[in-house]
Design a protein around this ligand. Structure first.
Ligand SMILES: [Mg+2]
Length: 189
């Protein structure tokens, strides 16, 4: 449950990557002598992010790890505000994103799973964590998703959040209508 009064105040949503958009696993290997990092993302989360767009809700990514996989995922989801930093200096980064959108801390939601997220979770108006979050993070969260990161946690959060705002049905209708055209079907011989 998310408090409807809090949900209706929110104007921007921040997402952590590892453990929230993914299951926190990273595949590391080498291809042609180059180190390659792969992450596993959840396709149901795509729908969640698209529904937020239908509801005109900006989404930002704040990660404490620099990874081309994160950049590719952000591009795929159409997320423009992306901050990646090995030093996990999330506070200053998110502050800049909020300033750019003229959104106050109390008007932001953030989804996290571990200690690097605490600086943001203790400041935002709607702190949310995933089922796999550590105890310190759970302790400050207003809402804990039933789903784990990388397993539809974002999709689940978006539905709970939009329902709390009374915007779920309208967002789904816009989403479905936007995809009501005749698709071009590719036949593979
Ligand atoms: Mg994390």
């Amino acid at each position: 449950m998310i408090d409807p009064a809090i949900a209706r105040r929110i104007k921007l949503i921040g997402l952590d990557v590892d453990g929230v958009m993914t299951d926190a696993g990273v595949y590391l290997g080498t291809v042609g002598g180059e180190t390659v990092e792969l992450k596993r993302f959840d396709i149901q989360d795509n729908v969640g992010v698209r529904l937020l767009r239908e509801a005109n809700m900006p989404v930002a990514i704040v990660s404490g790890r620099i990874s081309p996989a994160t950049t590719a995922r952000a591009k795929e989801l159409g997320i423009i505000d992306v901050f990646q930093d090995d030093g996990a200096q999330k506070l200053g980064a998110f502050e800049q994103i909020l300033a750019r959108h003229e959104v106050g801390w109390d008007e932001a939601a953030y989804l996290g799973d571990d200690l690097p997220d605490l600086t943001l979770l203790t400041r935002v108006g709607l702190p949310v964590c995933v089922a796999n979050a550590t105890p310190d993070v759970r302790a400050v969260a207003h809402h804990v998703t039933a789903a784990r990161g990388g397993h539809g946690a974002i999709r689940e959060f978006v539905e709970t959040f939009l329902r709390a705002r009374g915007e779920w049905d309208a967002a789904v209708e816009r989403y479905v209508n936007a995809r009501g055209g005749l698709p071009e079907v590719t036949h593979v011989a």
